[in-house]
Design a protein around this ligand. Sequence first.
Ligand SMILES: Cc1cc2nc3c(=O)[nH]c(=O)nc-3n(C[C@H](O)[C@H](O)[C@H](O)COP(=O)(O)OP(=O)(O)OC[C@H]3O[C@@H](n4cnc5c(N)ncnc54)[C@H](O)[C@@H]3O)c2cc1C
Length: 376
Amino acid sequence: MDACDLLVVGAGPAGCAAAVAARRAAPGLDVRVVDAARFPREKPCGGALTGGAQRELALAGLELRVRHAVVTHALLRVEGLARRVELPRPAAVVRRIELDHDLVLQARAAGARVDEEAPLLALEPGLARTGAGPLRFRAAVAADGVGGPSRRALGLGPGRRAPLRETQLEAAGQGDLLFDLDAAGAGYAWRFPCFVEGRPAESCGVYALAGGAALTGALREFARREGVLPAAPATPSALRLFEPGGPVGAGAALLAGDALGADPLAGEGLRYALWSGRIAGALAARALARGGAPSLRAYRARLAGSRSGLLLQLTARLAPRLYAGQGRWRRAAADPRVAEALAALVSGAAPAGPLLALTVRLAAGAPALVSRSGPA
Ligand SMILES: Cc1cc2nc3c(=O)[nH]c(=O)nc-3n(C[C@H](O)[C@H](O)[C@H](O)COP(=O)(O)OP(=O)(O)OC[C@H]3O[C@@H](n4cnc5c(N)ncnc54)[C@H](O)[C@@H]3O)c2cc1C
């Protein structure tokens, strides 16, 4: 029967980061990535790689080689005010069909084998059943996104999902990362400049913590108010929300990317996919190279102790407060110092003192990332 050392389920950003990090940590390791799709494949996404995401991309040993729009400012609309702030590190807006295909090429160049059109069908300890046949493995990274079967196969709960709607505008009308927290019926609406088939365009969409049914109307209304024309109707999509204390894996399988969870405040997932994928891949590879298996306790500790992990804990605490209609949080978000601190946070430029201080004060009592109630 076919066999490998490390199985990575899903060849999105989390899976590619895991594969490359594993090969870097243990160069002789037999790393196999299986994906249900054939690349290039579409993935609904705004495509914004913040400065923090680009930092994680580099830490994972990956490069940004595809065409992207460079964005130097964020525009935050909240409580009827507009705050425009410079991003300490510019963001890059990509199209996922191009980025993800290139990441697969980089994973292959790093020595990982990537099998396309090989969907995971079932997962047992040490054995994966895929559309391309059964495969034995010693450890696994489950990086099959929000809709993949890994979590269920590992006996883990589905977690919480946030609905999104994304579409493209045929022409670029503005050049900032625009977040409109006043958009009716949504947590926020966005407009990000990008390139589609080489032409300037925009990604436009809406995000909310819940209530997906109303979002299509919210996007239509946002586009009408902005005076812009969507190129195509938006398809329903979602991301899984990171939950402090939630599961990080089971047995010898570690969750990464959307299988683990994304930032509930901004819906930012690429940074955290690259972050958790890298940590999972490297940790699993080192354990296998020693002849052992990855420890869930060590994985949780590594996630919690990193810069992106601390930020994710912070955003998980802030999101319900901001989007549950609590006025003082919305008024706090309209404070120019908070807008600047947010820009520093998403740019991966530390320190982000004002927001951190504000949050720690107001969010006292929220659950910790390292929780004894979660699986060790
Ligand atoms: C509308 C929308 C807009 C977004 N905008 C942004 C943004 O602007 N910036 C940002 O940072 N984040 C954004 N996100 C979040 C971001 O897209 C995700 O967090 C990110 O794609 C997660 O990466 P991943 O590698 O974990 O999962 P994915 O990119 O979803 O990759 C998972 C892979 O697993 C594969 N797979 C699925 N099932 C199986 C199976 N059975 N067997 C094998 N493989 C399987 C899939 O084919 C896919 O290739 C957005 C999300 C949505 C929905």
